[in-house]
Write a protein that binds this ligand. Structure first.
Ligand code: SAM
Length: 313
């Protein structure tokens, strides 16, 4: 399919994120046995960037586990703009069983992911369920509860069809994840997506990881760096502050929402773990880390009171 220039630059952000994660894993920030199968190279980034990735991965994991403990055996996870995320394989290693796990990204990304899974024994083994066949097309893969599907999140009709193909049960407890994805999508389309999810999924929790507090000098430098790479940050106006992240859910028929900046998320992680990773690399300027953490947030939205207390407190 023909892709717009803008979309190509957005797709490239997945390679960047994957290379950064691989670099941080190599230094021992967290364990991920699967990321090397998806991305060959790694990027050596500044210590504060690595700590940022650590806080993001661990912060999101913390919410995932809270959700799973409440949702029970019918739990579903739908990762929007999942890129080369390895969550399914990491959960599998912890013997966590899910009713359904769906990854969605542009077909240009999922076709690469499907191809890599198909030719890698370690990856394939863990998605292969006894007595279940693996169904493959160039852009989609279905294997028991695991589904990797190509779709444009701006196209709700296509998304809905693909979710039916992935045998998603709209009434089951469902966790949506969107890490650094919504910022690339026009506000109108995000609003449409969020209100569609709210009406379709009565028992759902949504995790957004995104930039926030984007109206100071530090933010301008961050934005300039991203724009140089040709990315159109079409949804940046929702990243103004924590309130604008929360408001997005409230305006689109969600029952409730709450946002935390990454300073709060980082300090909610276990002390022992923080001390461990802070010894991995020498950090010159603590101030820079705090500034970086003030410019990213996790925002949660829920459609049922059951998930209102999944939080960082
Ligand atoms: N969530 C992954 C992570 O945290 O590592 C990948 C993040 S990457 C910065 C952004 C991802 O969102 C890319 O893989 C991109 O292709 C995907 N994406 C952006 N807009 C999309 C859209 N309209 N439809 C489907 N995927 C989209």
């Amino acid at each position: 399919p023909h892709l717009k220039m803008d979309d190509e630059a957005v797709i490239a952000t997945n390679d960047d994120a994957s290379e950064c994660k691989r670099g941080a894993v190599l230094l021992g920030y967290w364990q991920d046995n699967y990321i090397p199968y998806f991305i060959k190279h790694h990027q050596r980034r500044a210590p504060e960037i690595n700590r940022g990735y650590y806080a993001r991965v661990k912060g999101v994991e913390k919410i995932i586990h809270k959700f799973l403990s409440k949702a029970g055996s019918n739990a579903q996870i739908i990762n929007l703009g999942s890129g080369f995320d390895t969550l399914y394989w990491r959960l599998k290693d912890q013997e966590i069983k899910l009713c359904n796990f769906v990854e969605i990204d542009f077909p240009a990304v999922t076709s690469r992911k499907c191809y890599l899974i198909k030719r890698n024994k370690q990856l394939l083994q863990r998605i292969h369920e006894k007595d279940q066949e693996v169904k493959l097309s160039p852009t989609d893969l279905h294997a028991g509860p695991y589904h990797c599907i190509g779709a444009d999140l701006r196209n709700i009709t296509e998304l809905e069809n693909k979710l039916y193909q992935a045998e998603v049960n709209f009434s089951y407890p469902t966790l949506f994840i969107a890490e650094c994805v919504l910022v690339y999508i026009e506000n109108d389309c995000v609003n449409r997506l969020l209100s569609w999810i709210a009406t379709k999924f009565p028992k759902c929790l949504f995790i957004v990881y995104e930039m926030c507090n984007m109206n100071d000098t530090f933010a301008n430098v961050m934005l300039e760096n991203m724009r140089v790479r040709g990315c159109n940050l079409a949804g940046i106006s929702s990243c103004k502050n924590l309130e604008s992240q929360q408001a997005r859910f409230q305006c689109n028929n969600w029952l409730g929402s709450k946002a935390w900046d990454m300073v709060s998320v980082y300090y909610s992680l276990p002390n022992s773990e923080r001390q461990r990773i802070e010894k991995l690399e020498f950090l010159d300027e603590q101030e820079l880390l705090i500034q970086l953490f003030q410019h990213y947030c996790v925002c949660l939205g829920w459609t049922t009171p059951e998930f209102a207390d999944c939080d960082f407190e």
